[in-house]
Design a protein around this ligand. Structure first.
Ligand code: NAP
Length: 319
């Protein structure tokens, strides 16, 4: 891109998502300069050391001075207080956005603090890993992932379009929807799976009759795939469940009913019910692969070692 879309981008929070945005935006030349800040001195020092921002400043208010794009890359529970902190320092005409995994609560917490003349366009890049912090980010994180924009009613369409262009430049596919619809969709596609993973891993950990070492040793039976999700950042996910309480409870209600049906099928030896469900779910996995949202390599592409050569005494006679 020859002319940057934004002159100065301020990133508040430079963890997995913030540092990935910094890396990708710089690589694509979509911003002329990047100013960054984080809560702790340790993270700010690490960001400076990594050189992923042009300037690292000590306060959120200082970061937004003169920025025409401000992105809050912090846990959703922090968005309201931080918006209050930076509101009076936002430049007229600036676009302020976020990357929070919940949208209605962020809109409710942030919008009341913003002065007239700035454009609030909330966003959620549906991309991530289980790692946190500035070292965890990488420029390719958003490629072919969705970024959902949830502009509140009355938002300037020009600002929404500009932010959509920004996310497209970072490789994302952009879709726009209402914050409430976003929260319902993400409750089933992301929040509930995390809750289930946290539960299974927690339950296995607490099971007295299976020792911990056996749980770890035999984890390739399926358990380890849950542990990846259950290793996600505790602060971020605590905030997600508190902020999206209603939608998660609604989905949890449906899930509990379905679990009760499966429990009944197993108790009654009703193999048809189990088979029918497992056939449907297999098709869903294939659908996700076919639309490019995951790779088709088996077992998530984990490498398999070669068979070892047999020791001499096991060889057949004459070998
Ligand atoms: P992260 O790696 O833990 O980074 C969070 C960053 O926010 C850190 O730099 C932290 O600074 C900073 N921070 C926290 N409170 C702050 C405050 N009051 N003022 C200034 N900086 C503050 O988290 P992340 O994974 O990037 O997640 C950030 C946001 O992205 C969350 O809202 C999350 O819902 C959303 N999101 C995450 C994923 C994912 O997979 N992780 C995916 C999509 C969206 P310190 O290091 O100094 O504490």
């Amino acid at each position: 891109m020859t002319t940057p879309l934004f002159n100065r981008m301020a990133l508040i929070g430079v963890g997995l998502i913030g540092s990935s945005i910094a890396r990708a935006a710089r690589e694509q030349g979509v911003v002329r300069s990047i100013v960054a800040t984080a809560r702790s001195g340790a993270t700010r020092a690490r960001v400076a050391e990594l050189g992923i921002a042009d300037r690292v400043v000590d306060t959120n208010a200082a970061a937004v001075e003169g920025a025409d794009l401000v992105i809050l890359c912090i846990p959703v529970g922090q968005c309201g207080p931080v918006a209050e902190e930076i509101a009076s320092r936002l430049a007229p005409g600036a676009i302020i956005s976020d990357v929070g995994s919940v949208k209605a609560s962020v809109v409710k917490d942030v919008a009341p603090h913003l002065p007239a003349g700035v454009h609030f366009v909330p966003a959620h890049p549906v991309a991530g890993t289980e790692n946190s912090g500035p070292d965890a980010g990488f420029a390719e994180l958003f490629i072919n992932r969705w970024c959902i924009l949830t502009p509140p009613d009355g938002t300037d369409p020009g600002a929404t379009d500009k932010l959509a262009t920004f996310w497209s430049a970072l490789g994302a596919n952009v879709e726009t929807m209402s914050p409430e619809h976003h929260d319902l969709v993400l409750a089933i596609t992301s929040h509930l799976p995390h809750l289930i993973a946290y539960t299974i891993v927690g339950t296995a950990d607490e099971l007295g009759r299976v020792t911990r070492s056996e749980v770890l040793k035999f984890s390739a039976g399926g358990f380890r795939d849950f542990t990846r999700i259950a290793a996600s950042d505790p602060t971020m996910w605590r905030d997600v469940f508190l902020a999206n309480r209603d939608a998660v409870l609604e989905m949890l209600g449906t899930f509990s009913e379905d679990l009760a049906k499966l429990t009944r099928a197993i108790r009654r030896g009703d193999g048809d019910t189990l088979f029918e469900l497992f056939t449907r779910t297999r098709a869903i996995r294939r659908g996700i692969v076919s639309i490019g949202q995951d790779s088709d390599t088996p077992d998530f592409g984990r490498p398999h070692e070669k068979l070892p050569p047999l020791p001499r005494p096991y060889m057949a006679d004459g070998e």
